[in-house]
Design a protein around this ligand. Structure first.
Ligand SMILES: Cc1ncc(COP(=O)(O)O)c(C=O)c1O
Length: 387
């Protein structure tokens, strides 16, 4: 059975050419970039070259790039690093939204429990947060706004430059989780106007276990991981040289091809959305509003409301699609055995049973038109059987 992988928002395969560039640093040039001997020095040079290349892709300075273990750590470092270091101490406040990734929401929840002022904005029915909402939520004590570029579940995008102008006017820092945007959207930090930006290597055909936090020069950022002076005291621990090189290589390729990739994926995305009417027997809600809001080209989220009060089992739908060779994600996260409806889908107003029966198709570099047609056919037969 042919496998149709439509879960690129979860992860992408490592580009074999990226792997070739990484290989020498895993097998031969394995020195620790902090060692003073020749192998260490060569590793350090490679690390700094990777940093320069990443900075070049983002329109940043190399000193503004902090390598992390991935997107989750980059988000945590942004929030905890900025607010922990803020001169107003525990009074420094955060503004974010209920549609963010858990890598932002969980630290925000903990901070709020610890008494820090945290404003959680509700997105509109499409899933976006407006600059006006951000402006209204900024208080005297607000030190940081954290807003994602592209939502990982539904693909809807926020107007980051407009939010940046608001933050600038109020002298508040802006962090942007751009994990789902890299390789598909231009990510020049000056054009976006952000002070901090998170990326993750494995979302754009780079390796897993490496991410980046861009931190504008002059932003006071405390460390999250302590125990070494690496990354200019902002992230202790032996540096992942091969990972950094792989991320830099993958990011350069992604940036160079972003426009072409986005155009191709947009066509496939439309084919998928337009095929839903025929594929779905019964009601459905397309949560990726192609013509109504700015959306990323790689995600289509569809939810299935109950029919005659009979809810559809979302997890079973994913497993059935998997058995037919179509690999997708649910719009829900399975926490300790209990299937919780997605916080993003409930945030945009879906009822719990509809939100619990959602499928996220996410397309990638190797996705073809026949893959989309196969996914639609399989969705059709699976839903017919399940209903
Ligand atoms: C928007 C967003 N932020 C953060 C993350 C976390 O990234 P990582 O898997 O590298 O920890 C993800 C991963 O799915 C994501 O989609």
């Amino acid at each position: 059975m042919e496998r149709v992988y439509l879960d690129h928002a979860a992860t992408t395969p490592l580009d074999p050419e990226v792997f070739e560039v990484m290989k020498p640093y895993l097998l031969e040039e394995y020195g620790n970039a902090s060692s003073v001997h020749q192998m260490g020095r060569r590793a350090r040079v490679a690390m700094e070259e990777a940093r320069e290349r990443v900075a070049g892709c983002l329109g940043a300075e190399p000193s503004e790039i902090v390598f992390t273990s991935g997107g989750t750590e980059a988000d945590n470092l942004a929030l905890k690093g900025v607010l922990g270091a803020a001169s107003t101490g525990s009074e420094a406040g955060l503004v974010t939204s209920t549609a963010e990734h858990k890598a932002v929401l969980e630290p925000a929840r903990r901070m709020s429990e610890q008494g820090r002022p945290v404003a959680l904005l509700s997105p509109d029915t499409h899933g976006a947060v407006t600059p006006e909402q951000v402006e209204a939520a900024i208080e005297e004590e607000t030190a940081l706004v954290s807003l994602m570029h592209t939502n990982n579940e539904i693909g809807v995008q926020n107007d980051i430059p407009a939010v940046a102008r608001v933050c600038d006017e109020h002298d508040v820092l802006l962090h942007c989780d751009a994990v789902q945007a890299a390789g598909l959207q231009p990510l020049d930090v000056e054009d976006l106007g952000v002070d901090l930006l998170s990326l993750s290597g494995h979302k754009f055909y780079g390796p897993k276990g490496i991410g980046v936090l861009y931190v504008r020069n002059g932003v006071d950022l405390g460390p999250l991981v302590e125990g070494g002076s690496q990354e200019r005291d902002r992230r202790g621990g032996t540096q992942n040289v091969a990972g950094a090189i792989g991320l830099a290589e993958a990011l350069e390729r992604a940036v160079a091809e972003a426009e072409e990739r986005a155009e191709r994926l947009s066509r496939l995305q439309r084919r998928l959305v337009e095929g839903l009417d025929d594929a779905v027997p019964g009601p459905y809600v397309c949560n990726t509003p192609l013509d109504e809001a700015p959306v990323a080209p790689h995600v289509v989220n569809v939810a299935f409301p109950p029919v005659e009060e009979e809810p559809l089992d979302g997890e079973m739908l994913i497993l059935n699609l998997d058995m037919q060779g179509v690999l997708v994600s649910a719009g829900s996260a399975c926490t300790s055995g209990a299937l919780e409806p997605s916080h993003v889908l409930t945030a945009i107003g879906l009822d719990r049973s509809t939100a619990a029966a959602a499928v996220r198709f996410s397309l990638g570099a190797k996705t073809t038109e026949p893959d989309i047609d196969e996914a639609l056919d399989t969705l059709h037969s699976t839903l017919q059987r399940m209903r």
